[in-house]
Design a protein. Sequence first.
Length: 182
Amino acid sequence: MDQTVVERARDGDREAFAVLVNQVSNSLYAVAYRILRESGAAEDALQNALVSAWQQLPHLRDAERFEAWAHRILVHACYAESRRRNHFASNVRVLDAFGSSTDSSRALADRDEIEQAFRQIPIDQRAVFVLHHYLGLPLVEIAGTLGIPSGTARSRLHTATHSLRTVMEASGQQTLEEGRLA
């Protein structure tokens, strides 16, 4: 990230801010989608985060930390969007009836199980999980980005991982039990 562009944007240069948005928006959207699990919600959170970033940019102290700062604003926008929507939308997928095989059907079922499990963990845990496993950020950096103690970040990641395992194991047990009944 070019610090001079960040500094120009911080000084009110709209074109410089547009350059920054162009550089980070795809990454920010990907994070928002992984946290919120719905494209419309991710788009809304991204838009709100970018508006907030523009408004708060004059207060950014360290131009080198622009991306971490933008992720922090985005995660908080995801929290707000989740509260605003306060529901889970179902995902509809069009399946190829002619080309589907048992392997692709099982892969789709596995992906759906993971999706359902991920939707069951609280959004603050999802945020830490995504920042750690998708962006590869260390827990100390996640804590700094989110403005939480590092122990809280570690706890949220542990709890999210444990919850995902529990839900997936329970789902696997149900599948096995359903198979025995059939």
